[in-house]
Design a protein. Structure first.
Length: 264
């Protein structure tokens, strides 16, 4: 039985985590499906977004502890290799030129929390809870979690989540700006689909450039970022999307970016 599948909805891909029996724990099937979807999205103009969702009412509980319990028998080099597979998945989400949207029901824990926060939009049901309880298992965070939490949250809250393993509700994280939006229980997927609708009306290539700039701004100094913005703007000014967008503004009409994708 496969634990993941890709649903192609024409202008978007939905990657379903089917590991409901283990609350959406990560699996090799899921790694493969998500990588495949991200590559397909990157090279297919008609696709405007990738949505991550899970069956079973819980987004992702992270690594499977039954599997992690066997890692002590491996060499440290082998353990590093296994962790790199997870980190490659996070890199792929961040590096995908199309927006990635997490639809979080129930909650996200451990590497599942990292995956949700690596996405460009994190939509959560208002009763969802987010947990980083590595410390309770004698483990340390991976998958970029210390980066995401320290960037998105006040240090005091990030420290409590990581050192005490305290869960935090979606409403509190949303109030602090760590989540894109809240939905009613059971409504996160519909809200993610609505976001994809809005993205689909925009200039997809330009969105990809903006995503890359936002990501680089987190690690580059302002002078390097100024150069990156200069180069990106110079390219954008000569693009078909800019021709359509500027022309629509001057003509006082709505831009039609979708026709550019269909002509590709």
């Amino acid at each position: 039985m496969t634990l993941a599948r890709i649903e192609d909805l024409g202008d978007r891909l939905v990657v379903w985590n089917l590991n409901a029996a283990r609350r959406g724990a990560l699996s090799p099937d899921y790694y493969a499906a998500l990588h495949e979807a991200l590559v397909q999205a990157a090279y297919t103009p008609r696709i405007v977004a990738v949505i991550l969702a899970s069956e079973g009412g819980f987004f992702c509980s992270g690594g499977d502890l039954n599997l992690l319990a066997t890692r002590a028998e491996q060499t440290e080099a082998a353990r590093r290799g296994n962790i790199d597979k997870l980190h490659d998945l996070i890199r792929a989400v961040i590096g995908c030129p199309k927006p990635v949207i997490a639809a979080v029901e129930g909650g996200a824990a451990g590497a599942g929390l990292s995956l949700a926060l690596a996405c460009d939009f994190t939509v959560a049901a208002d009763d969802a809870r987010f947990t980083a309880a590595y410390v309770k298992a004698g483990l340390v965070p991976d998958a970029g979690l210390t980066h995401f939490l320290s960037r998105l949250l006040p240090r005091a809250m990030a420290t409590r989540m990581l050192l005490l393993g305290e869960p935090v509700g979606a409403d509190r994280l949303h109030a602090l700006g760590a989540l894109s939006e809240l939905a009613l229980e059971g409504g996160s997927f519909d809200a993610a689909m609505a976001l994809a609708d809005r993205l689909g009306r925009g200039p997809s290539a330009t969105q990809g450039t903006i995503k890359a700039l936002v990501n680089s701004a987190a690690t580059q100094d302002v002078f390097t970022q100024l150069d990156a913005e200069r180069d990106a703007m110079a390219r954008a000014q000569g693009s078909p999307e800019a021709t359509e967008g500027i022309g629509a503004f001057l003509d006082k009409r709505a831009p039609d970016f979708e026709k550019l994708r269909s002509a590709t």
